[in-house]
Design a protein around this ligand. Sequence first.
Ligand code: SAM
Ligand code: SF4
Length: 361
Amino acid sequence: MTKKIESILNQEEFTKSDLIQLMKIEDKEDLELLFKKAYEIKSKYVGRKVYYRGLIEISNRCIKNCNYCGIRRDNKKVERFSMSKDEIMKSVKWIYENNYASLALQSGERQDKEFVDFIEDLIKEIKTLSNGKLGITLSLGEQSKETYQRWFDAGAHRYLLRIESTNLDIYNKLHPMDNKHTFEVRKRCLEYLREIGYQVGTGVMIGLPNQTEEDLVNDILFYKEMDIDMIGMGPYILHRDTPLGKEWENVVRSEEKRVELGLKMIAITRILLKDVNIAATTALQGLDPNGREKGLLAGANILMPTATALEHKGKYLLYDNKPGIKDSVEKAKEDMDKKVKSIGDEIVYGAWGDSLHFKNK
Ligand code: SAM
Ligand code: SF4
């Protein structure tokens, strides 16, 4: 098999069938070849550099009811929290003082006026505190175009909204159809973000039951077709108090397989899209203690160390056994610094690390 994979990897252009063959690799030597190629492309197009985004999970209150997610509206076991502005600004200050240069605000979805105003004020305050120096990424779900515009005008410049899966049957299985939670709405949101001028990020969950290698390749082709600037994707992990966590308990692929698929997704995305930003996500780490370094070696260049206050971390549980919930922000940073250095990548402090794909347009 190695000769065949080698020859595909040496091509400049790839057909869908080539990409499916790469996604189906199982042989260890072939996997090494794939990751090596992806790392070469990363080195050439974005450098052996890693940028941090300090992640603040500001609230677990959510109006949506995604069938996979631990903080879905109907999970009554969750102790709900919303960080106050002061609490958030404390985390922001820590991120700024530690020279991360970028932060990401994430939360359950809310579309009410109070929330929209709160976020707008918060963005302005972050800009003021940092003299405009902190880059702001938002991951706050589906909103109206007007809301996205207000948050952009206030100073946010990147937005992450995962498409979750481009296979419509899987998408519909993941999302209850109340709340107009359709694929079309989600895709339209990505288009609004693009029109407004954000750097646009999306991604999918990997290793879902019934998700084929071809589905995953279609996800990557969707990134290409939508001219996406940033990718954040990771393995699906069960949460026991969700409908799918129960239904899929005995059918979900092994942890090892989901990690391997996650790494193949990173590598093939890097090989095809070249200059985009790709995050090695917490979920990868959730299934493999070395998941994030493996992600960097497979072509990722972004890490999102959490800067959520310790007292709230344990309540933002999207899936079971989320890693690092007992670690202080200092410990999270120390661990991550060590791991990045161990593979020989350089951590770039004090720079936004914007998507070169966005800049190169
Ligand atoms: N509420 C916003 C949204 O849905 O876009 C932002 C926060 S949401 C928790 C961020 C991401 O977490 C989702 O896009 C989803 O892919 C991921 N996620 C949620 N539950 C997960 C699970 N059980 N396994 C893996 N990823 C999960
Ligand atoms: Fe809410 Fe996001 Fe979880 Fe869906 S994935 S339930 S929108 S937090």
